[in-house]
Write a protein that binds this ligand. Sequence first.
Ligand code: GLA
Length: 508
Amino acid sequence: MDNGKCGERAARSFRFASVAGFLLCLAVCGVVAGGQGLTGRWAASGKTMENGEVQKAILELKQTGSELTGNITALGFGTDVKGTATGDHFELFGVGWNDPKPFLVGDLVNGELHGKQWGDTFLAKPATAADEIPKLPYIEPPALHKVPNNGLAKTPPMGWNSWNLFAEKVDDQTVRTMADAMVSSGMKDAGYIYVNIDDTWEGVRDAQGVLATNHKFPDMKALADYVHSKGLKLGIYSSPGPRTCGSYPASYGHEEQDAKMFAAWGIDYLKYDWCSAGSIYKNEQLQPVYQKMGDALQATGRPMIYSLCEYGMGAVEKWGPEVGGNVWRTTGDIRDEWASMMDNVEKQVPTAPYAGPGHWNDPDMLEVGNGHMTDDEYRTHMGLWSLVASPLLAGNDIRTMSATTKSILLNKEVIAVNQDSLGKQASPVKNGDLETWAKPMADGSVAVGVVNLGSAPAKATITAGDLHLGAVTKARDLWSHKDVKFSGGSYSDTVPSHGILMLRVWAH
Ligand code: GLA
């Protein structure tokens, strides 16, 4: 379990690095001149970030034969790495990260490490004292107490978030045009209300501790006013550590100041991402650290959804509501791939008892429409996220989405499953290649999804008994939008590979 948590943390750090397009890799290159191998302490300086700061990292490597071990520290981050060296060539992976591909690949060239980190060029040189990244003073987190419920998110929050598709390429204009598209596409009318800016909006903190926006967001208050004028709400992002996952300045030691500023801007939703807090606090301190911002948000008097982003660490589902949390991540980052999507939803199984009005498990944002899954897989993604009562935060370009993507995100009968007022999270009722999930609904009906995990179409059968129902009075296919007949207490249909059969079933 602990290893798993560490793994998630490492994964996070790496993801951030890749995202920021940065320096970890640089460090990696630590191959020592003179053929002594990669053992050593390497300083990498990466690209210039949106706020004008240059990304920096220190990579400590030990080479034993062709095996590499070590760690990397970047602006408050720390994570273990491992890899291989063959001659002057090396490859590095994040420890505990489930990625079969190295995040950093390079060669020793004239005593420097040259290579690519997730496509970005990197360069690292032997580190000197001047390269060391200063450690910040430790701030003791507060004693535990219960943060009062903010009364928000009676049903899972719905909206859009910039990260999955745009990453650092999000700016004021993108957000404004996305807000326009949320209205014109019908997303707003279907319930998608929050327009959430993820990482990379941050500038630098001044001597008074005020965190500015960077050049991409010239006036956050004006942007919030614009989004509000469309009948939508605006979300923002920070971290309890000194740096965000993209290595931008975050809220460590400035929680109240930042919360007040978010409220003054008119922010309605905060995603608070653990990231570099992991280099200061232990996992056992997640609760008080998250409580600190929960209190700060409440003290502003402005209702803001509080979204905890801690990748499922620390049994968050057990204490999320205590810190004022409305949603909390139960997994590492989703990727636009079938295996990643299914892995995230399978991890929801033990968390089911903890979902309910005001507080929801979050298997991460939607990838529907981002191009790397089939339409059947995206239907399954949307169907499962609705069944497990996850927040529905679209992560695609709403301005240009295809008719099929639109039909998936705007399927009102599926959305109704997600937004049901009872707030129950679906659990599997049958495993195997035809995995069946059932969600009790407020009106006594049951929403059910059968996912075909196999590689060929298969015949799925749903029985009233599977759903613990008596005589079925009505059944409706939520993707074909047609009533269907249960005969002899069951219903069968063919489900394409990686597709979903989704019904809502009423009974006496
Ligand atoms: C982490 C989060 C992502 C995203 C990025 C931004 O990886 O889990 O959802 O917010 O950070 O850097």
